[in-house]
Design a binder for this molecule. Structure first.
Ligand code: ARG
Ligand code: GLU
Length: 724
């Protein structure tokens, strides 16, 4: 017996190295199943994905195309992150009812709030359709004919593949064009807001704690799916009824401990796990530093203003958070790639690859791949950097330039499509831009402009700069643009847009902001974009062949397709990690840690009085563990953007947590997953229940849920898992 246990332990230990990967749920049999069992999974693969009977996948819809969500009650109750429902919570908020500041709870179903433009999409079925999509493609002589044929096959099969009237067929490519999968989906568009904690809980720690462990955020919100009387998708109607799911997740009250099995199910957006070393070096040495420095300047200026002026803080809070999110991620990513020597590891793999293909006699086919990568990545570098400058500065971070770009497009529309299209777009701009100017502060933007335009002029690849910027003095250009442009106010915009087309175009062309953006756009679209696109197409084709070669040579049986916003399974264990020498991060945080970080009145670290009171009274109900309230935990699940709101599921199929972030040291997992430092961050399900029950008193919500004790034996049986 002892011996067996030891053996099992050794086995588990061996498999632990084998983690990472975002796997297609319909293809888990075999290697994945073995790994998951070795890591402690008790369910069968059919419990996760089954076409003929209900399974976990039926509880995990895509949330508005960007996040993930999960059904947690027989009445279509839906759980996702606070930051995923943020737009909806904000849309329902006003000065009198500030649901962001105070939270929102529907104590009866009638109080749930409908949302425009919110939908969730379930996966009904996944089919491998590679053969059908690639039929007749290989014989075609050139790349563009091949792509056209593929598109033709995709639309033909999407139209003919059997489905119900209220369903859709979507075909997506995997492994860079080497595999195609068809998804039959169902999309529900009557999705109502049920509950959200105040931001001081749902976004506790804000940007300072973002991407950071130890973490203490209650990043969740609740929605409900409504359907028509036949339980089918329907537009919002008073007469719609709560959706009855094929499956919903029971919630475990037994929590997690180090080494527990975890599975995260969701819709990861985009990864690049198969880049050659040369591409990684380019990201670390050139692309990330450029974007980081631009955003560093933007954030410093914005922060300076936000700290001094309350109105500016409100105007810029959301913009600041979104700019800071990837700024911080890129810094962690670059450091992680360097620390884990990702490029060196890839180089070693490339050497093995080259040897293997020679042995397999495939040198003529694939022998020049790596050299071609080298040539093309080196060639694309200046174009890629120039592209980042243009998109970060003109299209994203300087608001005047971003808005002015819309007027440059307006002129293009006149030239390419004529008067009518021009008028339509002009009216659109005139009515739409009011919202933008409400949150626009000229002083802030001017300072940002001065800081980044100097970088653009001095540090971006000089060969692509228009003369107007090349010879410019940043201070003077700033004074000129912000002193004279009409586009810095909504009134000015309305003035420019009044009159006939000719006079509008004339006014625009004498505006200094317009002239600058027009120049920058012209040089970008003439000098940079065409060459970038040409080289990028070559690189894409190389990546496809490189992937094909790796699949054929079987260099590695853990090859998984890069994330593409389709449903994936990733699995691992609850695990501590060592971010640096002599430091060990434990895997679970507690409410004690919230109180340690608590700064009354601070916009990031304040907490509601009620939470402090509950803490002092240790009033945790059935949700505590050994008298303490768990808040967040980490695991080795391989996740990325899009996995926000994903359920963390235990060995038996119960909900134990809600994914919302990754640790900073491991954000390079989008490019290179290293199990020693890559961790995803989840809210403990019990913290969510505690906030709903004890903090908000929404016992109506608790009574809908199925709470279980899989570990302590007070338990449910496995067949209870499948609740129709
Ligand atoms: N880093 C997480 C993600 O990439 C959370 C972002 C929202 N939270 C924040 N403090 N900005 O989406
Ligand atoms: N916060 C991310 C999201 O919104 C998930 C974190 C990550 O990138 O891993 O999807």
């Amino acid at each position: 017996m002892k011996f067996l246990k030891l053996f099992a332990l050794l086995f588990v230990f061996q498999v632990q190295a084998q983690q990472g990967g975002m796997w297609i749920p319909s293809l888990l049999d075999g290697m994945n199943a073995k790994e998951m069992q070795a890591l402690g999974m008790k369910m069968s693969i059919k419990d996760i994905y089954d076409v003929n009977s209900s399974s976990l996948k039926d509880a995990v819809p895509h949330f508005n195309g960007g996040c993930t969500s999960e059904v947690i009650s027989p009445k279509g109750l839906l759980l996702t992150n606070h930051h995923c429902g943020y737009g909806q919570i904000q849309a329902h908020s006003s000065v009198e009812n500030d649901y962001l500041a105070d939270g929102f709870w529907a104590y009866k179903m009638e109080d749930e709030l409908p949302n425009e433009n919110l939908e969730v999409t379930f996966i009904v079925k996944i089919e491998d359709v590679t053969k059908q999509i690639l039929e007749g493609v290989a014989v075609l002589p050139n790349e563009s004919d091949k792509q056209a044929k593929i598109q033709q096959n995709i639309s033909a099969l999407s139209n003919s593949f059997p489905k119900e009237k209220y369903q859709e067929n979507k075909i997506r490519t995997f492994f860079e064009g080497n595999q195609y999968m068809l998804f039959v989906t169902e999309t529900y568009s009557d999705v109502r807001l049920v509950g959200a904690p105040p931001t001081s809980i749902g976004k506790f720690g804000s940007d300072t704690d973002n991407w950071v462990w130890p973490r203490h955020t209650g990043d969740f919100s609740l929605f409900r799916i409504y359907a028509d009387k036949n339980n089918q998708p329907a537009k919002y109607s008073k007469d719609n009824v709560p959706y009855t799911p094929k499956h919903f997740l029971p919630i475990s009250l037994d929590g997690v401990a180090e080494d527990d099995f975890t599975l995260v199910f969701g819709y990861p957006g985009k990864t690049s796990e198969y880049l050659p070393a040369v591409a990684i070096e380019q990201i670390v040495n050139e692309l990330n530093p450029t974007k980081i420095e631009i955003r560093d300047r933007v954030l410093k200026v914005t922060d300076g203003f936000m700290r001094k002026d309350k109105a500016i803080k409100i105007q810029y809070a959301a913009k600041y958070a979104s700019t800071a999110n990837y700024y911080k991620k890129w810094i962690g990513e670059s450091q992680g790639l360097q620390k884990s020597n990702a490029a060196g590891v890839k180089k070693a793999q490339e050497k093995v690859f080259q040897e293997k293909l020679i042995k397999a006699g495939k040198e003529t086919e694939y022998g020049s791949l790596l050299a071609d990568f080298d040539t093309n990545y080196k060639a694309i570098a200046p174009y890629a950097i120039a592209r980042d400058y243009f998109s970060e500065i003109v299209l994203r971070n300087v608001e005047l330039l971003k808005t002015t770009y819309k007027f440059v497009q307006l002129e293009q529309i006149y030239k390419n499509k004529g008067e009518q299209s021009f008028t339509d777009r002009k009216n659109n701009l005139a009515s739409g831009l009011g919202e933008f100017y409400k949150d626009f502060n000229k002083k802030v933007d001017e300072k940002i402009f001065e800081q980044v335009i100097e970088m653009y002029a001095k540090q971006s690849p000089q060969q692509f700069l228009p003369v107007s910027l090349k010879n410019a003095n940043a201070t003077q250009l700033t004074a000129d643009v912000y002193g004279k442009s009409k586009l810095t106010t909504f009134e000015g915009v309305k003035e420019i847009l009044s009159g006939d087309t000719k006079s509008i175009l004339k006014k625009l062309n004498s505006d200094p902001a317009f002239k600058l953006v027009k120049d920058l756009s012209a040089s970008y679209f003439n000098e940079v974009a065409p060459k970038y696109d040409e080289l990028n197409m070559k690189i894409t084709a190389l990546q496809r062949d490189y992937m094909k070669a790796q699949l054929e040579l079987g260099t590695n049986d853990r090859i998984f397709p890069d994330a593409n916003s389709t449903l994936r399974v990733t699995y691992g264990q609850v695990k501590s990690y060592a971010p640096k020498d002599a430091v060990l991060y434990e895997p679970v945080t507690y409410l004690e840690g919230v109180m340690e970080k608590y700064i009354p009145g601070d916009y990031e670290f304040d907490v509601p009085t009620k939470l402090v009171d509950l803490y002092k009274a240790k009033d945790y109900g059935q949700y505590a563990q050994n008298g303490k309230m768990p808040v967040n935990f980490i695991g080795t699940n391989h996740t990325t953007g899009g996995n926000s709101g994903s359920p963390a599921i235990d060995a038996n199929g119960n909900l134990i947590g809600l994914n919302f972030d990754r640790v900073w040291e491991g954000t390079m997992s989008d490019i290179y997953y290293d199990p020693s430092i890559c961790r995803n961050i989840m809210v403990d399900a019990r913290y969510i229940l505690f906030i709903i029950d004890k903090y908000a008193g929404a016992t109506n919500i608790i009574s809908e849920l199925k709470l279980v004790h899989p570990k302590t034996g007070k338990s449910m049986k496995k067949k209870d898992l499948k609740k129709k």
